[in-house]
Design a protein around this ligand. Structure first.
Ligand SMILES: *Cc1c(COP(=O)(O)O)cnc(C)c1O
Length: 448
């Protein structure tokens, strides 16, 4: 067994699906038992297999099983696991210094990440950035900045939204179980507006925007509203792609009403949707964009990037944190960003999206349980329904994910109703492996 467990990961790992033990294998079973007695049960596990190495489009477990990775550790390893440029940059930096705290003695890699983000995010206006550790922290800081700039307090988020698990971002997040249940009270001055959800509301983008704006004006009032925060394509909520025109109308309303428009691109950012940022698809220029997940090839880093006059409105010392913009994470981000651009991973994402869409569109012709196929680029999802009623079918969805896992394919579910399978493969996944992964999911559907 040890012979099949690789000692290093990265793209040179054999790109194959390989099941050599029961799933989970004996070593994973042993480790799961240790996890149960050492780690709080509140931290769940999607797949009870322990990772030993990963790269390209596979994750190899401690028993030597090789899984096709259609999840990227939740949209993080867009450049692939242990991507060569990231590995080199991290190894060089870790030998140089590991931490000084940017607020104490700064270093150039932080500044360079900020420069890159200012250059690459939508809009050619003057921008400033700040770096943090997690997506939730980025969203929280975007709201701090918006409040301090506008002098207003209210924040609007949307139905099905996911923005994180800290107190303020839990308040922004829509779904109770598992994210909020029992964890209140939540931060005040958060309001919820209806999202555009074409498959279920049948509204055009402008109609859905009108509905949302009406709720905002009636229940909050622009005079009280600091910010609107929206995911250009909703992640955990079910990969809901708003109807065309919804986001531009909201952004325009925000601009006209002195409301900061915050795009939460924590999941959609960094080539995932086939553009470097999902906002670009409809030419949206957010006042502040929050990024994280795909930014640094797996190292913990997040950022907010926004209009200079908004970002500089906060008093000096008002933003920061001990670890924010850690030097190892910063050099990893520079290496990851170079990889997205040099390897044109945005087009890789578009090709991945076309493959997934084509395969499931073909399957939908004979299987009405496939209710909706949606997403963009390498952020695609299938919503499963009861064909007679169009009601969400969470049981079918869970059964498919479970069967696929047993066959060596890692897929994630999502959605307010738990009836969505989402595909978030590393953009480095070989085409043959992607298709094999889809084969497994489709046969799991057939047999379910
Ligand atoms: C994952 C996610 C977050 C939270 O990021 P963490 O790094 O887990 O704190 C926020 N917003 C969106 C859209 C996300 O997908």
């Amino acid at each position: 067994m040890t012979l099949t467990t690789p000692t290093t990961g990265g793209p040179t790992l054999a790109q194959e699906r390989r099941i050599v033990t029961a799933i989970p294998g004996p070593r994973s079973v042993e480790l799961m038992a240790r996890k149960r007695s050492a780690v709080t049960s509140a931290v769940g596990t999607t797949m009870p297999v322990f990772a030993a190495a990963a790269g390209g489009g596979v994750i190899v477990d401690v028993d030597g099983n090789s899984f096709i990775d259609l999840g990227s550790g939740i949209a993080v390893t867009g450049v692939g696991n242990s991507a060569p440029r990231v590995v080199d940059a991290v190894q060089a930096q870790v030998a140089q210094f590991t931490h000084t705290c940017f607020m104490v003695t700064p270093y150039d890699s932080y500044v360079e990440v900020a420069e890159k983000l200012n250059e690459l995010t939508p809009g050619d206006h003057e921008k400033r950035s700040a770096l943090f550790n997690s997506g939730a922290e980025a969203v929280e800081n975007a709201i701090k900045v918006a409040r301090s700039y506008t002098g207003k307090q209210a924040v609007v988020a949307f139905d099905h939204a996911y923005h994180g698990r800290t107190n303020l971002t839990m308040a922004l997040t829509a779904k109770s179980m598992p994210y909020k249940s029992g964890f209140g009270p939540f931060a005040p001055e958060i309001y919820r507006a209806p999202m555009s959800y074409p498959f279920r509301d049948g509204l055009s983008g402008p109609e859905a925007a009108k509905r949302a704006v009406s709720v905002i004006e009636k229940q909050v009032g622009a005079a009280n509203l600091a910010a609107i925060v929206v995911e250009p394509i909703q992640g955990e909520g079910g990969f809901i792609v708003p109807a065309p025109g919804f986001l531009p109308a909201l952004a325009e309303w925000a601009r006209e009403n002195d409301v900061v428009f915050i795009a939460d691109e924590v999941q959609t950012g960094f080539a995932r949707t086939g553009d470097l940022f999902a906002s670009e698809n409809e030419g949206i220029v957010p006042d502040i964009i929050a990024t994280a997940k795909g930014i640094a090839g797996g190292l913990p880093l997040s950022a907010i990037t926004g209009r200079a006059e908004i970002m500089d409105a906060t008093h000096t010392g008002g933003l920061g944190g001990t670890y924010g913009g850690n030097p190892i994470a910063c050099v990893a981000a520079l290496a990851a960003i170079e990889t997205y651009l040099e390897d044109d991973l945005a087009s890789a994402a578009r090709t991945i999206g076309e493959t997934i869409a084509a395969r499931f569109t073909a399957a939908q012709k004979t299987d009405a349980r496939i209710g909706d196929i949606r997403g963009r680029g390498a952020m695609m999802a299938i919503e499963f329904v009861d064909p007679r009623t169009n009601e969400p079918d969470a049981a079918l969805t869970a059964a498919i994910a479970k069967a696929a896992a047993a066959e060596g394919v890692i897929v994630l579910t999502c959605g307010t109703y738990g009836n969505v399978i989402r595909f978030l493969p590393p953009l480095s996944i070989p085409d043959a492996l992607l298709n094999e992964g889809i084969d497994v999911v489709l046969s799991a559907l057939e047999n379910a």
